[in-house]
Design a protein around this ligand. Sequence first.
Ligand code: DWN
Length: 390
Amino acid sequence: MRKEFLDLRRQPIANKFLKEDEFKDEFFFDLKVVFDDETKLVSLKEFVKPELMFNEDYAYSTSMSYPMVKHFELTANMLKEEFNPETVLEIGSNDGPFIKNFDTKISICVEPCENFAKKTTDMGYRSYISFWDTDVSHGIKEIHGEMDLVYAANCICHIQNLDECFAAVKNILSENGVFVFEDPSLLRMLERGSYDQIYDEHAHIFSVTALNNILINNGLTIFRVDNLSVHGGSNRIYVARNRPVEFSVAENKQREYDFGINNFQTYEIFAERVRKSKKDLVELLTKLKGEGKRVVSIGATSKSTTVFNYCDIGESLIECITDTTPDKQGLLAPGSHIPVVDRESVNLNDYDYAFLGAWNFKDVIANKEREFVENGGKFITHVPEVMVFS
Ligand code: DWN
């Protein structure tokens, strides 16, 4: 049975940055979160139609975050070294920071956003513009054969029908092939109070426990789990038909069990923490406004869409958002309609406070913006709780 535990209110498409004349047609939905006490899976109560989120206008480009490009290069090299795949398929290849580390002759991309599929095509990769499902899997297998490595980063948690997704993977995976995917960790979200991992695209927030339950039902086994620091805490899950299961699987499941991820009460406590976070953030920003302080935000993230819309934060509390992505600049943030600007067009020293919309890059940003701090600027974050630091 699925039980609701959190209501993050009316939310827009998290990555649909828009122009003023598009406000009247802006799509909103109720962002509510449920826990399934059978599989232990945490999911959105209401899914958004995939085509509304992932299309030729999709704005999140992985290569705009340098630390992620490095992360995918290291990941690709590690997988090549250990598994030596002769054929590679990436599901949700975005603008190619992972696949570009593999030979074009052995690699296939599947990507529903045409803008990004065009990029990997231009890089020489056979790229299918499509969502991942059993039809696509059968079609690719017929043309290119079975795959030794199927990889997906921050994509499997976007797929609403997990049984179909895993059946499609199983169909194309070679006998000794490995399926490796990484997504934000439910445990880390619960520990850090980072409720902004929840938005339209994240149909599910995965625990190892829930994934294990669902994969077993689909004839696949998790044989290893790596805990990663990226995206505020992620898990890299290694799956095969039949490989010896390593200690990291039981270790992660035990840690999740000890935290209480199988108990509904854990989620009720989390929801209470989220409500407090909202209250604290709104109080802080309102107080700063009353004192005549100026606040900017850094990183027009999907996560900040959740925060700003849940907390009703608009231009009167945060004047603008800087972002390195050209496709977001000059547009208005989803729902909150706060202007998104190029970092280079803003003198951060004109502001007193900078909210970390991209708190997952806290160290990188704090390092880049040393001058802001030297001039008396302070950062605001809401993770793990609302606080000011410099
Ligand atoms: O799954 C998803 C994850 C992986 O990425 C997606 N569904 C969408 C996206 O989520 P996000 O938007 O919350 O991701 P990031 O990686 O936290 O976004 C960082 C944003 O901040 C980018 O737009 C780039 C920008 N940025 C910046 O302005 N200055 C990033 C860095 C490192 C910087 O210094």
